[in-house]
Design a protein around this ligand. Structure first.
Ligand SMILES: [Zn+2]
Length: 379
């Protein structure tokens, strides 16, 4: 289970770049200064463990502890710097006041186990976006990435409990997120949802084949639901990473005594300084031999999705804490390179605004309106 925090970072700075096209740069800078950029970070990880009562209980405890930390940050430690956005209007208001905005999202339903009543508690605690599945099948449905000891499918898509969960998320006004679900699970979630659906961090399978990327059918389903597919700056999903590179990274991890996760060595930042320096140099060498994806590769996914489902249904996200960046967008403040590439390809200011935040906020609004209508005028 991963708790996902969607931090809307409102950065006005651009990265350094080679000014090979001054007009594009100037236009991109002007746009960058005006639009609201939502950058979706995976800030908190609690991996899916045993699907047992005690496993769920431990995960639930973690989930609430982590959401509590967000509340503490926004309400006690740094209320002058960051606020929690419960609605799209909150996000715009907090941004207009010059602060950052946290929209609390829960990645995977593992912490609620089989108890859908906990969805209400998550909502009351501020969660406004939730996926049902992470790595490994869950009680809610099949994952796009089963664990090594698991069959390709357990439920043939969304489980009956998962279907009920989608309905409850709709009723509460929490956005249903299909990222990490298998294609069949995602299609089932889209079919079950009466409100627009989100893919918070996936790419386009037609551009780069990966189990984590969205098939045309899923893309079309998201568009038809009125939702948004947020394409992610995560190297492995932007382009295919050669096996030799994966092997070289695994060998490096072993040398350094690091455990290897889905996206490579874990906890490298906890190495002692001298070991970290060696690790960093060797990783740089590996990336020189097999270059990472870059912003042009990412925008290829954007172009494809926009052609397929329209500019109103595409967004961009990052996953710096749950994977890796790409060349040209390695840190939150490097967003400018992506905006610049969008300008270079002819996207307008209005379109770029939709990609960076407008579409996500519209979906947030629409999902909440759906729930409010169900609840009636008393709410
Ligand atoms: Zn993820």
């Amino acid at each position: 289970m991963i708790l996902r925090l969607l931090i809307c970072t409102l950065l006005l700075c651009g990265g350094a770049l080679a000014a090979d096209d001054a007009a594009v740069d100037a236009k991109a800078r002007a746009i960058q200064g005006k639009i609201l950029k939502i950058d979706m970070h995976v800030d908190i990880f609690v991996r899916q463990g045993a699907r047992t009562t005690s496993g769920y209980a431990a995960a639930l405890g973690d989930a609430f502890t982590q959401i509590a930390a967000v509340h503490k940050l926004a309400e006690e430690t740094s209320p002058d710097k960051i606020g929690i956005g419960l609605t799209a209007a909150d996000v715009r208001r907090i941004k207009a006041g010059g602060r950052k905005v946290a929209v609390v999202g829960v990645e995977s339903a593992y912490p609620i186990g089989k108890d859908l009543r906990l969805l209400d508690q998550l909502y009351d605690y501020g969660a406004r976006c939730m996926s049902l599945v992470h790595n490994g099948h869950s009680d809610m449905g099949d994952s796009s990435q089963p664990k090594k000891n698991e069959p390709p499918t357990e439920w043939n898509g969304l489980s009956p409990l998962g279907k009920e969960a989608v309905q409850r998320l709709n009723e509460l006004g929490i956005i249903v997120d299909v990222s990490h679900a298998s294609e069949k699970t995602a299609l089932d979630m889209i079919a079950a949802s009466k409100a627009p659906v989100l893919a918070s961090h996936s790419n386009v399978a037609a551009v780069s084949a990966s189990a984590r990327n969205l098939s045309d059918a899923v893309l079309l389903g998201i568009g038809k639901s009125g939702g948004v597919a947020q394409l992610v700056a995560l190297d492995d999903y932007v382009h295919a990473v050669p096996q030799e590179k994966t092997a070289a990274i695994a060998a490096l991890a072993k040398d350094m005594g690091l455990e290897i996760g889905v996206f490579g060595p874990r906890d490298a930042d906890k190495l002692p300084p001298e070991k970290l320096a060696v690790y960093t140099a060797k990783m740089a060498e590996i990336n020189r031999t097999w270059p990472r994806a870059n912003v042009r590769d990412l925008v290829d996914h954007v172009d494809y999705a926009v052609k397929k489902i329209g500019i109103d249904h595409v967004g961009i996200s990052s996953s710096f804490n749950g994977g890796d960046g790409i060349d040209g967008w390695d840190r939150a403040e490097d967003l400018f390179g992506v905006t610049r590439e969008l300008v270079r390809r002819g996207y307008t200011e209005e379109q770029i605004g939709k990609l960076w935040s407008g579409n996500f906020l519209r979906v947030m609004d629409d999902v909440q309106k759906y729930a409010a209508n169900l609840k009636g005028p008393s709410r």
